[in-house]
Write a protein that binds this ligand. Sequence first.
Ligand code: ADP
Length: 187
Amino acid sequence: MNMALVINKTRLVLIQGDITQQATDAIVNAANSGLMGGGGVDGAIHRAGGPVIMEECRRIREKIGRLPAGRAVITTGGRLKAKYVIHTVGPVWHGGRSDEAETLVSAYRESLKLAVEKGLKSISFPAISTGAYGYPLERAARIALATAMDFARGDDSLQEIRFVLYDSYSYQVYADTMRELTPKPEG
Ligand code: ADP
């Protein structure tokens, strides 16, 4: 099942599946500040893409130190179908009073900006921060979609922003949220 929404020249697409299998120009990794791999989607991306991704992460780490939450960097996609991996760090959920929403908006925006700067046309996102980092899924879905919609209104260079939801419940929450955020025709 697929759901889509077109804004400007950008298609926002929801699919249920595995982000490591996506053939978009870039896929986004929900990394941690150490950039040294981890569980969840991070582990899956490094396993599927092979060791060159980690080597590049290590070099970035040597150059800039830890990657703060809300920022993004780009590496090769290694063996992945996607040519690039954009590594961003989402916020850890602490109850909602520690700028978690602003940080999550920033993680999406910085990733989208990096894709545009690189001249990429398509990008896939996982549901950043909604696994080990504990961000409530409904709120995270609203931020993911609203931030992408806002970005597409201001910049028409991306053809597709894809949201890849691993399980059917997450897909359903994103689909409901997309319907809520879609302006309804008058009448
Ligand atoms: P975080 O630490 O940012 O919370 P996680 O990797 O723990 O990151 O989880 C983020 C989301 O990614 C969760 O919704 C999880 O179900 C999902 N996820 C895990 N593996 C994959 C995958 N291979 N493809 C897409 N999404 C995945």
